[in-house]
Design a protein around this ligand. Structure first.
Ligand code: ADP
Ligand code: MG
Length: 379
């Protein structure tokens, strides 16, 4: 022990050790030096690293040419927030801090890419939780600054639109998009890249929020959407006739707060009367009401803007009833509906990278001074 060299405080002096990364492939030198690529050279081989930390998913992805997903790593914090029955912003931000760097390393490894292969780094700039957004934006800017490649701050809602373009080669703008998630419910007339017109929205709760609140009331796990979807398959959607509030009869806005209250009142009434509460039937009837409302409003908007295709996207786009209901309505009208696979419906970084690539092609990159905006608007 005595022959170990020590500092004046008696602590052993050890050789500095190399950082222990799972695989040093991440830190190997560039195979191609592509920095400050002129916009006109953004072709099918450009690589963008996307980072998504707006809410409760930590995700990093490498997307080639705006269309090909080389990797898309997603860590969901569902279990962390489950015990609170909803997202706790402080807990979410801390979890992003812990997860983001390993998630980026994993995304590069799976893409068989190094940092130096990247042509740009993108992160969600908003909307979302400020603490969570800050983690992703700070890391993306740091990487972009070190690599001397452009940083692109992406609107999370716009990114959802690109989840359709990413997964359906035939999908293109113009399209009427239903962006439906835990935080948002928007009907968007997407005319072309970057040109969006919001034609309808929720006047109170977002659809996913309604799913989560009803599920919580029914004692189901968080997030509630997938649980209600699962139970709906076992129940009768006609069992309870919940109200279909159409916010305004003529417009394209929706309202979910009254529906949520109707479910709560119905269950309380059953309990007071000592009658059985069949959770499967309530879940199926509630889900059917959401589907009917949202399909009616979306199809009315389709007619209004004379849309020829519909994009379904956002976390609630994973809902089996909505996929079926909106798909059938579009088929009956003779127009196409596209919806991404499940893992690209909920928050993910592949859509962020794809959206950023389209922005770069339009000459739009973001200053390293740009701050995240929790209320960033589309359009
Ligand atoms: P957020 O911006 O809220 O994080 P996401 O796009 O990650 O949105 O979607 C999460 C939301 O999607 C949650 O409200 C969740 O309950 C809902 N959701 C996920 N899967 C389903 C489903 N199968 N049916 C209904 N809602 C779902
Ligand atoms: Mg989420």
């Amino acid at each position: 022990m005595n022959d170990v060299p020590r500092d004046p405080m008696g602590r052993p002096l050890t050789e500095p050790t190399a950082p222990s990364l799972a695989d040093d492939a991440v830190l190997t030198q560039p195979t191609t030096a592509v920095k400050d690529l002129p916009i006109e050279e953004w072709d099918e081989s450009t690589l963008v690293l996307g980072i998504e930390t707006s809410c409760d998913e930590t995700s990093a992805a490498v997307v080639k040419g705006g269309r090909e997903i080389l990797s898309n790593v997603i860590i969901s914090q569902g279990d962390l927030h489950g015990e609170y029955g909803g997202i706790v912003p402080e807990v979410a931000a801390r979890a992003h801090v812990e997860a983001l760097t390993p998630v980026i390393g994993e995304a590069l490894l799976r893409a068989d890419a190094t940092f130096w292969d990247l042509d740009a780094v993108a992160a969600t700039l908003g909307p979302g939780l400020i603490g969570s957004l800050l983690v992703g934006v700070a890391e993306a800017k740091s990487i972009a600054a070190v690599l001397e490649v452009p940083f692109v701050g992406v609107n999370h809602l716009e990114a959802h639109l690109y989840s359709n373009l990413l997964t359906h080669p035939e999908a293109k703008f113009p399209a009427l998009a239903l962006v439906i998630s835990g935080g948002h419910t928007l009907i968007v007339n997407a005319l072309s890249d970057g040109d969006y017109d919001i034609v309808g929205t929720t006047i109170d709760d977002a659809a996913g929020e309604a799913f989560d609140k009803v599920a919580r009331f029914l004692g189901l796990d968080y997030p509630g959407g997938p649980e209600i979807d699962r139970l709906s398959l076992l129940g009768n959607p006609e069992a309870v006739k919940f109200p279909r509030a159409m916010a305004t009869e003529s417009g394209f806005d929706v309202s979910y707060s009254g529906l949520k209250t109707a479910v709560i009142n119905h269950v309380r009434k059953l309990e007071t009367a000592g009658e059985a509460v069949v959770v499967e039937d309530i879940a199926a009837s509630f889900q059917q009401a959401v589907v009917d409302i949202q399909v009616a409003k979306t199809m009315a908007a389709v007619e209004y803007v004379e849309a020829e295709r519909v994009f379904l996207c956002g976390g609630v786009a994973a809902n089996s009833g909505l996929r079926q209901g909106l798909g059938d309505a579009c088929a009956a009208r003779g127009i196409s509906m596209t919806v991404p696979p499940m893992e690209l419906c909920t928050d993910n970084a592949a859509m962020v990278a794809a959206c950023a690539t389209a922005m770069i092609r339009r000459g739009r990159t973001t200053s390293l001074d740009a701050a995240p905006d929790p209320n960033l608007r589309l359009a």
